[in-house]
Design a protein around this ligand. Sequence first.
Ligand SMILES: *Cc1c(COP(=O)(O)O)cnc(C)c1O
Length: 370
Amino acid sequence: MSSNQSIYQKYNLKTVINTSGRMTILGVSTPREDVVEAVNFGLNHYFEVKDLVNKTGRYIADLLGVEDAVVVSCASAGIAQSVAAVIVKDNLYRLENLHAHPHDVPSEIVVPKGHNVNFGAPVGTMVQLGGGTLREAGYANECSPAQLAAAITPNTAAILYIKSHHCVQKSMLNVAQAAEVAKAHQLPLIVDAAAEEDLQCYYHMGADLVIYSGAKAIEGPTSGLVIGKQQYVEWVKLQSNGIGRAMKVGKEGILGLTQAIASYMTLEKESGQQMVEKMTAFIENLNSLNGVQAKVVWDSAGRDIARTEIAFDHAALGISTQEIVDRLKNGDPAIYFRGYKANEGKIEVDVRSVSAEQLHTVYQCIKALF
Ligand SMILES: *Cc1c(COP(=O)(O)O)cnc(C)c1O
């Protein structure tokens, strides 16, 4: 703790209370000690990196019961390299000339329109980095299996499905349905499950490649995981001599994420019910404030995550929710909420990354505003 404090002082950094969840803009998560030890071991030793990549991939694949796996630098890199993999396959010329000119192989990536989101960077940018072109299927508010299939052409290289709370959820086909469409057209299905908690279900639903962010649910170091069918994972690995070099993952990231996955699969997770218990006093305190209403809400993407939703009565408080969010963000400590619904007068508090003490600080800072 003392060395942490000195880093904040040394660079004059703002201290942060993160009630927004696994957010890249705040540093995502704080890995456990066993992960830090694995990172440390990696930093202090040499390896044949290919050997390290292959054997850790094998170890992770066996843990998860999938054909193969590879650690990459982040989920975004996983998307870009997966797209490049399905276009380039094992062709050396295309590997080394991906962006030099168009290639005489399929390069379109079909994505449900409601999945063409900005997760902090646009999905389309990652597809383009991988040498692909995005082709949208369906509409902003719907995509059925038939609409997905209708967007497939002879130039389609893969179907990409984004499993995320960022996406449109209603009238949207599920992963198993997307897998059926892919199979019927002999195309690979790539699933971006960056922030998802289940490391096996999308593979079992028929995805050929599934991508996870290493620091989100898994709480590893900055890294990403790509799992899937042997042949496709092999092609992803080849990208380390192509676009993958610009998104290189280090030995420390590879060993850190591998350890984090092993722990993630064995340790008991904090359940939604435990999160509810953690926030009960906080909710009671908030509800004692005039013009403030707090309650438990469950994750909109269906994960076992409970959060506190706080609704502000603008008329009673004389201040808009956006102003409240901004003031708390600019305070000391800076408090970050989930602000997706600020325009509806509501914010959400994710308690996974905060202590009970920090939660009380959040309450006091809200109280002090009025
Ligand atoms: C976070 C996220 C990403 C990017 O993950 P990184 O590991 O930060 O690159 C991609 N897709 C979705 C849906 C995400 O939530």
